[in-house]
Design a protein around this ligand. Structure first.
Ligand SMILES: NC(=O)c1ccc[n+]([C@@H]2O[C@H](COP(=O)([O-])OP(=O)(O)OC[C@H]3O[C@@H](n4cnc5c(N)ncnc54)[C@H](OP(=O)(O)O)[C@@H]3O)[C@@H](O)[C@H]2O)c1
Length: 320
């Protein structure tokens, strides 16, 4: 099969379109014929091995343990292990794995769900990682409840675009922050008020702020929370090569015990239950991906470079 492979950490120059043997399902695995794969900042972090903390988290200290890049996918079940009863060859599925920038990918049933019927493969592939993150940030870390006032910073990006829709689905009042060119998009996703950060700043009164951009200080964000409000730090690309955006999480962790605000970091997790929750929201018409650009497998380096500029309108997708 064709796959995007890397043997060392580095820029997109380390990526090669190469022939590899197809993965085997083994007793518990599921091999999926990948039809489309999502691109998100995590792909670039794993390609570069930065922040270096990533390497210590089990992804390989000197070189990447998984040589094929790509985390989320949509496709067709090709083969299943003898212990797998939930899926059969031919099922249309979406989910996550290590190595979706390939014609075939190996995953397990706990990372897989049936593809939403409403979505094409390229749309379904844009969902898992970013929408898991939005869901877990709002529900598990933000403790979101109906009629709360929620602010999503980076509302026209991968995570933020889903967060606006999911917060709306939870019955919250949602404001979004984005650049000029995305104001109409964010409004169309359901935001009640949209702040163009190049022209104006948001003011206070938020029960939950979800920050995907990492461009503001904890102090300035806390000023915009209600007295018992919650700040969820999802992302941002700052603080250098060693710990990257985790630096803000550490500062929040240190400050947390001394303030009434809840300051929470997030490491999103991939699981089938949340994939089913997302599928249900999609089937109910409450959640839909926004696709900015699609690229072919050979164009993965270009896709990662474009996503790395940090201004994607929704999601970037690889079609295989
Ligand atoms: N914690 C986790 O488990 C987890 C999981 C997934 C992702 N992440 C992280 O979350 C972050 C967002 O991921 P993503 O996929 O949504 O990335 P993305 O699609 O690149 O979105 C980033 C957003 O930040 C916005 N932005 C940039 N400067 C801004 C500013 N000054 N004010 C407000 N917004 C600004 C951009 O909006 P404009 O284009 O409008 O400028 C863009 O929409 C990344 O750092 C990623 O690594 C964390």
């Amino acid at each position: 099969m064709k796959a995007i492979v890397q043997n060392e950490y580095g820029t997109t120059d380390v990526l090669r379109l190469t022939d590899l043997p197809e993965p085997e399902a083994g007793p518990d695995g599921v091999v999926v014929q990948v039809r489309a794969a999502g691109v998100d900042p995590g792909v670039r972090h794993l390609m570069e091995g930065t922040p270096y903390l990533v390497r210590l988290m089990g992804f390989g200290v000197r070189r990447p343990k998984a040589r094929v890049r790509g985390l989320d996918f949509a496709g067709i079940v090709h083969a299943v292990g003898e212990n797998v009863t939930e899926f059969r060859p031919g099922d249309e599925v979406f989910g996550t794995c290590q190595g979706s920038f390939a014609e075939y990918a190996l995953t397990t049933v706990d990372k897989l769900a049936r593809k939403p019927g409403r979505l094409g493969f390229h749309e379904a592939a844009a969902v898992p990682i970013s929408a898991f993150t939005a869901l877990q940030a709002l529900r598990d870390k933000g403790g979101i409840t109906p009629r709360q006032k929620v602010l999503v910073i980076g509302a026209g990006g991968g995570v933020g675009g889903y967060a606006v829709q999911i917060a709306k689905a939870f019955g919250a009042e949602v404001d979004g922050v984005c650049s000029t060119g995305k104001v109409d998009l964010v409004r169309s996703l359901g935001a009640d008020t949209v702040f163009d950060y190049t022209r104006e700043d948001f003011t206070g009164g938020y029960d939950v702020i979800l920050d995907t951009a990492g461009t503001r200080s904890l102090t300035s964000l806390r000023k915009c929370l209600t007295p018992l409000g919650t700040l969820v730090i999802v992302g941002g690309e700052g603080d250098g090569k060693w710990i990257g955006p985790v630096g803000r999480n550490l500062r929040a962790l240190l400050l947390g015990p001394f303030v009434k605000h809840k300051l929470r970091g997030l490491f999103s997790t991939e699981n089938r239950e949340d994939l089913e929750t997302l599928r249900a929201l999609i089937e109910e018409g409450k959640l839909a991906p926004v696709i900015d650009r699609t690229y072919s497998l050979a164009e993965v380096p270009e896709a990662i470079r474009y996503a790395g500029e940090g201004h994607v309108r929704g999601k970037v997708v690889i079609t295989v």
